[in-house]
Ligand binder design. Sequence first.
Ligand code: ATR
Length: 279
Amino acid sequence: MTAKLFALLGSPVEHSMSPLMHNRAFNRLNLPHRYHAFDVEPDKLGEAVESLKVLGVAGWNVTVPHKVSIMEHLDEIDEEAEKIGAVNTVVNENGRLFGSNTDGQGYLDSLLDETGPALKEMRVLIIGAGGAARAVTTVLSRFGVKEIVVTNRTYEKAEAISHICTSNTEVKPMKREETEAEAASRFDLLINTTSIGMSPRIDDMPFPIENIREGAMVSDLIYNPLKTKWLRECEKRGVAIHNGLGMFVGQGARSFERWVNVLPDVQEMKRDVLAQLGG
Ligand code: ATR
């Protein structure tokens, strides 16, 4: 089999876990391929894409700050990525570039691992309305949970998401004050899609915990730290917690699948990343 090169385009990328995760997965499956991270400044993205094409790089991931700007350099973008408005995975088929977004699917895979079929019956609150929120909202609405409410500091963005991301489940925007004051207790699953709680702002919480009811689940897309203050405080109150490691690994696994047509062992990938994070 011919060895292929896969890549990550982002900036910064030096702390990315993706090379380790993908290279280990290639090794485990006895595939001769390699994955390398490239630090690309925003104004060099077009040149970087042309270079990867010339070199025949078979596919790549795209991360911050290129997930939106990559779209203008691609030949085709799938419907879900179009809806989310961002691409994280590119497949290079003989110079023709196909973009997709595996963030949402990766998140759904990891969430289903925790909840099982009960997810269908859950009332979900999504906190934040940026790109990550669009990915999560799009897949949960397609999957068809019982209810989806989006709340955000800037209400207009929550309203915009409700129009863009709705499919099987209607997506409703709600003002922050209203959600915090009374509505929190009626949600079965609360998802933080903001960066609040991420290193170095590890002492902040994205949403008050007082009204979250026991028996509910909270999910944080952050995986560094593995347990944000919000998750720790919720856990103390008897609330089930789900961190962002599963989403990170899940999106990687789904990208891998698009490149080589094999879904790698997600649990093994998770173990590799956890070991690297010292968890
Ligand atoms: P990403 O693409 O990773 O989702 P983003 O598009 O910058 O990142 O979105 C970040 C989200 O976190 C936004 O919903 C943002 O709220 P605004 O729309 O009001 O900007 C939210 N966010 C970030 N910092 C926040 C803070 N300190 N308090 C409340 N919300 C915050």
